[in-house]
Structures are given as structure tokens and as C-alpha cells.
Design a protein around this ligand. Structure first.
Ligand SMILES: NC(=O)c1ccc[n+]([C@@H]2O[C@H](COP(=O)([O-])OP(=O)(O)OC[C@H]3O[C@@H](n4cnc5c(N)ncnc54)[C@H](OP(=O)(O)O)[C@@H]3O)[C@@H](O)[C@H]2O)c1
Length: 422
């Protein structure tokens, strides 16, 4: 059972000329998320007891057909890894995406059904999801693709899972919580490296903390980006940085803060980035102040700071498309590169009593983590659909410890170190 934590709360803040964060309205107000699986109320006794003893239904004992689920964006770099992981586990999705030749060839190679469609027509999208019980959405940037797919899932009564890391997309999904509850579907964005390991580490730390106050998460990602990650990062450049303060999302400049995190005793330079946990860790832990850092070479951090003035320009359509096109030309890490690279995650949580709880995680390459986590989350949703619908963070659905069961994942400090900060 997961516990209830506060919703997004309050307005986002923008920095004023003096550099102090000022509140502005959230693009999507975050409703409070109630605890997952609250006690089911007793059903009212309406029907009289039947006179005849019902005979057992032979069909009820027969094996049920596997629920039908769809992998959208299956032909992308990450979609292909996710498909391979699904097949490894014996799960057979409908292979879907907008590019018919690629989607059909991929489906045919594995003897799977294919559906090709883009996301422009709500009616087509809705009809395409007929009979589908879950969509795993891997087509991003999700700023463009989440809303139409989520609407179709709400209409069709299909669970929605994606691999976004975009704060505004989390906010949009969270804002659909009440509709998802009403429809009885689970909405679970962030089923990849962003945010499963960090969300799980935050939840592990929150278990120890009396009342979480300040959460700092950081990661080092080896192996290089995929085309989609590179394209989505360009959008992030235009949006600037974000952190949580007093429960609200606050706009800050790119590479706002810099600090070091030690890995095996060696300090790594890192800077704040608008990672998905700025949104989700607040729901998972209730911590009102959240910062997420990424390790980068000091020269790259300095360059990001020099690019601050470019951020508004990067929001200009033609320039953004040009930048995204260039960024998206990367091929993504090869199998060998992924196998020889990994990630490291740091978590620090200060509670209301001034105690600092710390832990670290080693994980395989982020794209392998994404495939393993997204498919694991789908597998469980198909096998044990929750009694109640609604928005969930990964650790709310899978539990904080689940990530530790992934081969190659290691909790570096089993017991968080506590420091009295006074
Ligand atoms: N959470 C995480 O840790 C994590 C990990 C990996 C990836 N991601 C995210 O996942 C997304 C995909 O990454 P990737 O590297 O797999 O990218 P990719 O190789 O470029 O593939 C992108 C996929 O999305 C489809 N697509 C893009 N825009 C679309 C649109 N408007 N409508 C319909 N389909 C669209 C593409 O279809 P076409 O082939 O037809 O263009 C393709 O199937 C990115 O947003 C990335 O940031 C997140």
C-alpha cells in the first residue's frame, strides 16, 4: 500500500529581476493524488439471494486469453528495445506507430499484429484502441504525443503508460487523475530511466524520514543519448530549468546551481536540470523542496550557462525544429556501448528533524533500464490490474524496492547515513 502525499500544490514560480522566485500559474494544476488502492467500500446489498444454486460456469475455469496491449512508437530506438524486452518475457503486443512500412516490417519479423496511424484524428485514434486494454506509449517528444493518446485511452478505457521525462507532461497526466479514476484506468507516465530509479530511491529514503523536507536527486548517465532523448533535450533547452520550492514548480535558469557528488570517493561536477522527478518525487515523497542534478564535464556546465540567453530563441519554431533535427541525427548507443556503460544515482533527503538520509544506486545503461522497467510495469498492470484507477508514480505502483530486483542494479548504501544538521 502506498501512502498519500500532497499534490503539485501552489503555482509555479518565475525568477524576478532580483533573482528571487516569483509564483506564476501552473500550466496544469496538480490535483492531490489519493493513496493507491484505498479500501473498497462494501457494496450495497441490492439483489435478493438466488433461489437456484448457480452451476459452475465451465468457461470461468478455462484459461483466459491474454489481454491485448499496444506498443506505440515501436519502431523508434527505445520502442525496439522495449519490444525486444517484451518478447523476452513472452509478452506479445500490437506493434504500432505512424510509419506504416517500418511498423509492418517490425511486426511481421515477430509474427505480431500491426497498426499504423498518426495521432492527428481523435476519432481514428479512439477506434484503433477498440479492444486494447493498455497502451505503452514510446513515441516522443511527449509534449506533442501524450495528450492525444491519453485522451484516446480515457475514451477506450485502456491503461496508459509512457516513458516521458517531461515535467509538463507529468503535470498533464496528473491533472487527469480524477478522470482516470472515474474510468478505472491507470495513468503512469515516466516508466523509463526517467523516473523509475530516481523515484524509487526517493521513495526508499522517504520511508526512513519522519517528514521529508528537502530532496536532492542526481544521476550520471553513461553511453550517450538516443535520437528521441536528444530531440526532447532541445525542447528542454527552450524551457529553461525548474526546481520545487515550497511544493510549487519554480522556473530557474539553465544550469542554475552547480555542486559535486562523490562516486567511489571521486567528485563529479553536476548541475541542476529540469528532470521529471521535480514533478513526480513531490507526489511520491511529499518533499516540498526538490532539485535534480546531472553530472556533466565542468566545460559543458559553463557552456550551458553561456547558452542561457539562447533559451528563448530555442523556443522559436523554425530554430527549434532545426536544432531538434540536428540533435535527433544521433544513432543512439549500440548494443555494445549500452552493455559497457551504466548509470549512477544519488539521493539525499533531509527531514523535518534535520536528519539527512542518503543512498546511491548503480544501474545498467539508461535505455536498458527503460526497457526493463516499462515492460515490468506493463506486465504487472496486465497481470494484476489495480482495483482503482488514477495517476500513479512508478514507485507507488511497483513499490520502492522493485528496481532493486533488476539484474545489475545495486543499492550502494543499504543503510542511509544519518547526519544531525541541527
Ligand atoms: N524516460 C526515459 O528515461 C526515456 C528513455 C528513452 C527515451 N525516452 C523518450 O522517448 C521518446 C522516444 O525516444 P527514442 O530515442 O526512441 O526516439 P526515436 O528513435 O526518434 O523514435 C521516436 C518514435 O516516436 C515516433 N514519433 C515521434 N513524434 C511523433 C508524433 N508526433 N506522432 C507519432 N509518432 C511520433 C517516431 O515515429 P517516426 O519513426 O514515424 O518518426 C518513432 O517511432 C523521446 O521523447 C525520449 O526522450 C525517455
Amino acid at each position: 500500500m502506498t501512502r498519500k502525499r500532497g499534490g503539485g500544490g501552489g503555482g509555479r514560480r518565475r525568477k524576478d529581476a532580483a533573482g528571487d522566485p516569483q509564483p506564476v500559474a501552473d500550466t496544469a494544476p496538480a490535483p492531490t493524488v489519493a493513496a493507491a488502492d484505498p479500501p473498497t467500500p462494501e457494496p450495497a446489498l441490492a439483489a435478493p439471494a438466488p433461489v437456484d444454486v448457480p452451476r459452475p460456469d465451465p468457461a470461468a475455469a478455462a484459461p483466459q486469453p491474454a489481454p491485448t496491449w499496444m506498443l506505440y512508437g515501436a519502431n523508434g530506438y527505445t520502442g525496439r528495445l522495449v519490444l525486444a524486452e517484451a518478447l523476452r518475457r513472452g509478452l506479445r503486443p500490437i506493434v504500432a506507430g505512424r510509419r506504416a512500412p517500418e511498423v509492418e516490417a517490425l511486426a511481421a519479423a515477430h509474427g505480431l499484429p500491426a497498426r499504423s496511424f498518426d495521432l492527428s484524428s481523435p476519432a481514428t485514434l479512439r477506434a484503433t484502441l477498440d479492444g486494447v486494454s493498455l497502451v505503452l506509449h514510446c513515441a516522443g517528444p511527449f509534449s506533442a504525443t501524450c495528450a492525444p493518446m491519453l485522451e484516446a485511452c480515457l475514451a477506450a478505457g485502456a491503461h496508459y503508460v509512457d516513458i516521458t521525462g517531461e515535467i509538463d507532461v507529468f503535470a498533464h497526466c496528473h491533472a487527469q487523475d480524477a478522470r482516470a479514476r472515474e474510468r478505472g484506468i491507470t495513468v503512469l507516465p515516466g516508466a523509463g530511466f526517467d523516473v523509475v530509479p530516481t523515484d524509487s530511491l526517493a521513495a526508499l529514503l522517504a520511508r526512513e524520514a519522519a517528514a521529508p523536507r528537502e530532496l536532492v536527486l542526481a544521476f550520471e548517465a553513461g553511453g550517450g543519448p538516443s535520437p528521441g532523448t536528444a530531440r526532447t533535450s532541445v525542447e528542454g533547452l527552450a524551457r529553461g530549468g525548474r526546481v520545487r520550492r515550497g511544493g510549487a514548480l519554480v522556473d530557474v535558469p539553465l544550469a542554475w546551481k552547480e555542486r559535486a557528488f562523490a562516486r567511489d570517493g571521486v567528485p563529479r561536477a553536476a548541475t541542476t536540470i529540469p528532470w521529471g522527478d521535480v514533478y513526480t518525487a513531490h507526489i511520491t515523497t511529499g518533499a516540498p523542496d526538490i532539485e535534480v542534478y546531472m553530472t556533466l564535464p565542468p566545460a559543458t556546465i559553463a557552456r550551458l550557462r553561456r547558452w542561457r540567453w539562447l533559451a528563448p530563441l530555442a523556443g522559436f519554431g523554425p530554430l527549434r525544429r532545426w536544432l531538434a533535427g540536428r540533435a535527433g541525427a544521433v544513432p543512439g548507443p549500440s548494443d555494445e556501448r549500452r552493455a559497457s556503460s551504466g548509470c549512477h544515482v544519488w539521493g539525499e533527503l533531509r527531514d523535518a528533524a534535520g536528519t539527512l538520509h542518503r543512498a546511491e544506486l548503480d544501474t545498467p545503461n539508461g535505455y536498458d533500464v527503460t526497457a526493463w522497467c516499462a515492460v515490468g510495469i506493463v506486465e504487472r498492470l496486465l497481470r494484476e490490474p489495480p482495483r482503482e484507477g488514477g495517476y500513479r508514480t512508478p514507485s507507488q505502483w511497483m513499490g520502492a524496492d522493485w528496481i532493486l530486483s533488476m539484474p545489475g542494479v545495486r543499492l550502494v548504501r543499504a543503510e542511509p547515513v544519518r547526519e544531525e544538521t541541527g
